[in-house]
Design a protein around this ligand. Sequence first.
Ligand SMILES: [Fe+2]
Ligand SMILES: [Fe+2]
Length: 191
Amino acid sequence: MLNLAQATDPGWVQRALADLDEVLIDHAHCEKKAASTAVSLLFRYPERHELLEPLSQLAREELEHFELMLGHLDRLGIRFYRQLPSPYAGELMKAIRPNEPERAVDTLLCLSLIEARSCERMKLLADALEEPSLRELYASLLASEARHHQTYVDLARAIEPDVDVRGRLRELAQHEASVIAASPEMPRMHA
Ligand SMILES: [Fe+2]
Ligand SMILES: [Fe+2]
């Protein structure tokens, strides 16, 4: 259950396939960013014991995904380079409330939605791609991203059991849907 308020528009996968090299490079950046975001939360919340081991584990897994993507880029002869990121994550995070503990809950829930959107789009790629090893890659990664989605939701619940996490997740999912719908049509995982 991915908790997304709106499915990806069907044109996205066609645009992604038309500019696949750029999307694969962006995807490698996304894995690196996912690892660094998880690590940054270890620095921001060192006293939130519930977060430490799950986030450390998640960061390691995202770095493994990053290395996997680098391997595929090499195999396909695609050079990894700095790209202009999609505005998606920045726009999504604008909904995070500034004071604790709301800030922590909202951050974890926004991250859960990014994982959910990644997972949804990886499924679209797994179904649409022709190259067997890329199909396999996406079919295997999407299971991890679904699990990461759930991990972030569970962590939000664990740190603030009295907060209506489900209700807040619904609100943020609405916001996420409007952010992704308003994203420029760039060849990116989240655009
Ligand atoms: Fe990942
Ligand atoms: Fe992930």
